[in-house]
Design a protein around this ligand. Structure first.
Ligand code: DX5
Ligand code: ZN
Length: 227
C-alpha cells in the first residue's frame, strides 16, 4: 500500500498561498490538507470555501478538507462546490453521522470521519464500512506545531487491525505532530496518509523534507497489515 503525504496549508505563508501549494505539489505532496476552523468547535478561526476555490485553481492534487466546525452539514455543499475532493467531519460534531457521511458522498466527495485524541474508536462502529478514510487526531485540534500524543499509536494499531479483520480498504490518516522524528513509528502502527503542517512549511526545502518523510516510511508495513 502506498503511503501518502498531505501537507497542511495551515502552516503555509497565506500571503503567498498559491505559490506555497504549487511548491509542495512540486516537492512530492500527494494531497493538500485544508484545515477549516470556526472558533466554536476549536479555539481558532482559519479559512472557508473561498480558500478551497482559490486552491482549486492552482493545483490538480486532491484537496482534503478537514472540517473542525459545528454543524458541518450546513457547509458541505459549499466546500464540495468549491472543489474539495475529500471531506472529513469530526464525530464529535455530528448528531446524525451516517446522514452527514451520505451528504458528503452525494456531493461527489470522498467521506472521512475524524476522532479527537480522547474519542474512542467505538464512535466508528456502524459507520466504518461507509468511509473512504478515518482521520485520527494525534494532537487536540486547533493549532499547528503541537507535539504528537503517543497514545495515538495504539489507537492506529487497533483501528488497522479492525480494518484488516473486516476486509475493508479504508485509509487511516493521522494529523498532528508528524515530523521526521515521529513519522517512522506512526507508519509502523498502520498509517496510510500523513498530514504535516509545520514540519513541511517550516522547513527550508520542501522537497528534501517530503523525500525525507518518504525515505523514513519506505519499506515499513504495519504488523496488522500483514495478518
Ligand atoms: C490541527 C490541524 C492540523 C495541523 C497540523 O488542528 O488539524 O492539520 O495543521 O499541524 P502540525 O503538522 O504542525 O502538527
Ligand atoms: Zn487537519
Amino acid at each position: 500500500m502506498k503511503m501518502l503525504i498531505a501537507p497542511s496549508i495551515l502552516s503555509a505563508d497565506f500571503a503567498r498561498l498559491g505559490q506555497e501549494i504549487q511548491a509542495v505539489e512540486k516537492a512530492g505532496a500527494d494531497w493538500i490538507h485544508v484545515d477549516v476552523m470556526d472558533g466554536h468547535f476549536v479555539p481558532n478561526i482559519t479559512l472557508g470555501p473561498i480558500t478551497v476555490a482559490a486552491a482549486r485553481k492552482v493545483t490538480s492534487l486532491p484537496l482534503d478538507v478537514h472540517l473542525m466546525i459545528t454543524d458541518p452539514d450546513q457547509f458541505i455543499p459549499e466546500f464540495a462546490k468549491a472543489g474539495a475532493d475529500l471531506i472529513s467531519v469530526h464525530a464529535e460534531t455530528c448528531v446524525h453521522l451516517h446522514r452527514t457521511v451520505e451528504l458528503i458522498r452525494s456531493h461527489g466527495c470522498r467521506p472521512g470521519v475524524v476522532l479527537n485524541p480522547a474519542t474512542p474508536l467505538g464512535a466508528l462502529d456502524w459507520i466504518l464500512d461507509q468511509l473512504d478514510f478515518v482521520l485520527l487526531m494525534s494532537v487536540n485540534p486547533g493549532f499547528g506545531g503541537q507535539s504528537f500524543i503517543d497514545s495515538a499509536l495504539e489507537k492506529i494499531l487497533v483501528l488497522k487491525q479492525t480494518i484488516v479483520r473486516q476486509g475493508l480498504s479504508t485509509l487511516i490518516q493521522v494529523d498532528g505532530g508528524v515530523n521526521q522524528q515521529t513519522i517512522g513509528k506512526i507508519a509502523a502502527a498502520g498509517t496510510d496518509v500523513f498530514v504535516a503542517g509545520s514540519a513541511i512549511f517550516g522547513s527550508p526545502d520542501y522537497a528534501q523534507t517530503i523525500s525525507g518523510f518518504k525515505g523514513a516510511i519506505a519499506g515499513i508495513s504495519s504488523p496488522a497489515a500483514s495478518n
